[in-house]
Design a protein around this ligand. Structure first.
Ligand code: PLP
Length: 413
């Protein structure tokens, strides 16, 4: 499938056909790719958009006046508008970054360090990815603020009651993942925002696992900042974005100083370009932005609502079929589960699970998933994780379940 030109949404078979990486065998088996939460596969339209830029108009942006540079600048800014529209906002509220990690660091260093005072509190949960935790630890260390954790519910979900109870008059910032990369849980961001804004606290949402799967409108959610990564949503690596409410972006300091982020420079000082350009010092990832816009167009052609239902159904089916396997523990509950299923088989190290599955052509992740505080809360070191996306099928779930039976036989379970 090339870029869909019809108004009818493509079938799931057509969708899977758009991903060339799926046309290979791995260790003698057709590939089943269940590691999209780490990074997604890329459709041909994205690969083509990136190659076209490098082949036909590989120019810098916002600088030269020649034709190729004009085309590159136009494509880069059109990409900003397209990606912004995809999350329900306007181009001027969207900063291109290299991904969620950089986006969170921009808020933690550019906003939080400027606004937090000693004794202020940053409220978060133990389920955060390290990329939405370590930057806050550093900001707290630098400002004298402290981290306050709202403990999870017994099922491992964000607990609104715990969150409510954790607010104090010093709570200045609340940060949570929209969807957990381990438990797969979708958190009730609108409720979090309502609660936080009642306490005049700023809300920063890690959308790395939600934007690829759910229709998201940052405007409807009412968040102050929202971070996500292109490579998990069919786009290239090294590109992502930060949404900031216009007033919040204006009160954020830039992190990268240098070319293209300035208005005027003299020997002693400089003034900054407008938002969002002041946050994009140096030559940006032009090809990445163009590829991400192609990814967005592709996802829209399939339909975000359809994708949300599809990956959720596959994850729920996988969770339901894994749970009864001998010695299996599946983490998180079925309620609000999105595309992720983390699990362990008693007595088998998750790396061994992943290795045996790989020998059968099935790619899953094993490890702590950059969520060591959550692993500690769950009283485990690590887990295996299968994650689903728009190119996966029910046959992939069958292959996973059969593969895990094989793992069990291999380890004498
Ligand atoms: N937050 C969550 C929930 C994630 O799953 C990830 C990546 O796995 C990140 C943040 C970090 O994303 P990136 O490595 O693209 O910056």
């Amino acid at each position: 499938m090339s870029l869909p030109s019809t108004t009818t949404a493509p079938s799931w078979t057509e969708v899977a056909g758009a991903f060339p990486a799926l046309r290979q065998t791995v260790n003698g088996h057709p590939l089943v790719y269940l590691d999209s939460a780490a990074t997604s596969l890329k459709p041909t339209v994205v690969i083509d958009a990136v190659s076209e830029y490098y082949r036909d108009y590989p120019s810098n942006v916002h600088r030269s006046v020649h034709t190729l540079a004009g085309r590159a600048t136009e494509a880069y800014e059109a990409a900003r508008a397209r990606v912004a529209g995809f999350i329900g906002t306007r181009a001027e509220n969207l900063v291109f970054t290299h991904g969620t990690t950089e986006s969170v660091n921009l808020v933690a260093n550019g906003w939080a360090r400027r606004h937090l005072q000693p004794g202020d509190e940053i409220l978060l949960t133990p389920a955060e990815h390290h990329s939405n935790l370590v930057p806050w630890q550093q900001a707290a260390r630098a400002t004298g603020a402290r981290l306050v954790y709202a403990e999870l519910s017994p099922e491992g979900h964000l607990s609104m009651a715990a969150l409510r109870a954790a607010f104090t008059p010093r709570t200045r910032l609340v940060t949570v993942a929209h969807v957990s990369n381990v438990l797969g849980t979708e958190n009730p961001i609108r409720q979090v925002v309502e609660l936080a804004h009642r306490h005049d606290a700023v809300v920063v949402v890690d959308g790395a696992q939600s934007v690829p799967h759910l229709p998201v409108s940052v405007t409807e959610l009412g968040v102050d900042f929202f971070a996500f990564s292109g490579h998990k949503m069919c786009g290239p690596t090294g590109i992502g974005a930060l949404y900031g409410r216009p007033d919040r972006l204006r009160e954020t300091d830039p992190l990268l100083f240098g070319g293209e982020m300035i208005a005027e420079v003299d020997r002693e000082r400089a003034t900054w370009a407008d938002v969002p350009y002041r946050f994009e010092g140096g030559t940006p990832n032009v090809a990445g932005a163009i590829g991400l816009a192609a990814a967005v167009q592709f996802l829209e052609s399939v339909g975000m609502q359809r994708i949300a239902v599809h990956s959720r159904e596959l994850a729920v089916e996988a969770a339901e079929r894994l749970a009864p396997l001998p010695g299996a523990a599946v983490y998180g509950s079925l309620a609000n589960r999105q595309a992720v299923v983390a699990f362990n088989l008693a007595g088998v190290h998750p790396h061994d699970v992943a290795q045996v599955l790989d020998s059968l052509g099935i790619a899953v992740r094993a490890g702590h998933h950059c969520a060591q505080p959550l692993m500690a809360t769950l009283a485990i070191q690590s887990s295996a994780r299968a994650s689903f996306y728009l190119y996966n099928t029910r046959e992939d779930v069958d292959r996973l379940v059969d593969g895990l039976r094989e793992v069990g036989r291999y380890f004498g379970r």
